[in-house]
Structure formats: C-alpha cells, structure tokens
Design a protein. Sequence first.
Length: 317
Amino acid sequence: MLIQSQFLKNKELLFKKFLFDVLKDNVRFSNFNYLNKVRDTIFDPLGRDILNETQWVQLNHKWGNAKFPVVISGTGDPIIFLHGFDSSLLEFRRIFPSLKKNFQIIIPDLLGFGFSPRIFNNQYNPENIILNLKDLIKELNISKKLKIVGASMGGSAALLLSKQISKDIDKTLLLSPAGLFENAKSIPRPFNQIGAAFLGLPLVRKNLCRQAFAYPNKSVGIEEEQIASIHIGCDGWRNSLASFARSGGFGGSYEYLQNIPIKTVCGLNDRILGKNEINKLKETKELNFLGLKNCGHLPHLDLPELTSKIIFDFFNQ
C-alpha cells in the first residue's frame, strides 16, 4: 500500500509539472501566435512593414527562456527606441523607414507591454522593465556606444536605463517624456484591476488615441485607432497593466539624469502632459528642450519627417 501510495503521489506530481510546463509554454508563445494572427489585418502599411522586421529574441532562464519581440533593422550606430505606456513597438512605425537607412534600429516591446510574453509570477514594475532591457542589450551583444530614444513613459525608462549603464550610453533623446517630476504613486487592489479594465473599453481607447494628437479630426482615423489598441488582445494584457499600476510605475525620473548629452522634444499642443509639465521641461536647462508647433504628445507620429531629422541631426553632432 505504501509503494502504491508513493507511486500515485509521484504520478500526481509529474502530471502537475506537465500541466505547468504546458501552461508556461502557452504564456511564453501565445502572444507570438496572436501577433502572427493579426499582422495581416493591420490597415496601416507602415505597421505591417515594421512587423515584418520583428524578430523574437530568446532571453535567459530569468525570463523563463521566453522569446521577446524586437524590431532589428538597418546599419550604423545602434539606437534603441522605448515606447510609451500601454503602447507597443508599432508606435515608431512612421520614423522607422528613414532612420534605418543610417542607424541600426532596435525597438523592443517593454516588459508587460505590447506583444511581449507575460511571464508567470513576474512583477511588472520599472525595475524589472530595466532589467529586461539590460538582458536584451546583452543578448544582442551591442558593443558600440548606444543611443536611446524614449517616448512618453519610455522617456523615464530611458533615463533609468542610462543611469544603470551610463558607460554604455552615447546620447539620449526624449520625446514628450512623462514621469520626470512627480513621484511614483501606487494604485492598490482592486482599483488597479478596475483601472486596467476601464482602459480596455473601446470608447476610452478611442478618446485617448485622439487626445495624443494635436489635431485629431485631421490626424486620427481607423489606422491610428487600430494600432493604438491592437495589443490589448494579447494574453495577460489586463493583469500585467494592473501589476504595473500597483507598482506605481515610473516617477521622479529627473533624478536619474546623468552627464550624458540629452535633448528633449515636445509638441506644444500636448494635451496629455499639459502646459504645466511642458513648462517644467522647458525650464529645466539640462534637458535641452525643443518645442514643436502644431504637434501633440507624439512628435514621431504627428510630425514624423521633422522628428526623424531632429533625431538624425542630434545623433550625428
């Protein structure tokens, strides 16, 4: 009886391990499958083009040996682009074609955002986002001095990354950076889950997309609305967003400024940052502020040609 009991116990443990491995593989690859399913449904040809140059880079056991989506294209000095809150690598689709002619472009989805895999028991917070980026940079074996472009929340991520690997960073350019001056504020349960569910509502997403542009009636159509929301179909989207909100997110990142050349580009019609935040950025001399007329929160989408030129000129000075 003792032998039979032990046999059944071992059999149960093996079955649980099998289920765990199956579920883990589903988490690891489900967003890969999702992206492959939706890529041909994207209306914007620039969105389809950038996805065609997306690779899935496997990281070490720390991340469950999962594969992460990263755009890698072009030749020249490497630039890593960091997207904003609840966005994806598709955000840079309009400046990608011109810049890849002169630089090696690297655009990952930040941990817990976009089409990235949602890993079991992972805490989606700024510390792990930066750790994931550092492991990605190591895996890609980037040996040259790295340039960074960070948009909105990605601007705060760029500053924190620059602080931790300052010797590897050449220059940093921020596009409408968010979270520089106010401290991080944790959103406790259940409000983090409620907030994430609210952000999934179609009308809410449509309004947020329109708010990001200077002239939404002219600039926002079905292409922009689709790309702003297509990643929310990924497995684990709501839970990872809620986890990030509970962590407090990025905040007070101004203190991470290093002795690294930096330029900050903002739209003067930015309704997301607002006038007070724009004025703070403008008054902070270390940020080397440049304001763009007729531009909202996303210079790389509102004025892609001008933004590409600014990036090219700054990184070639």
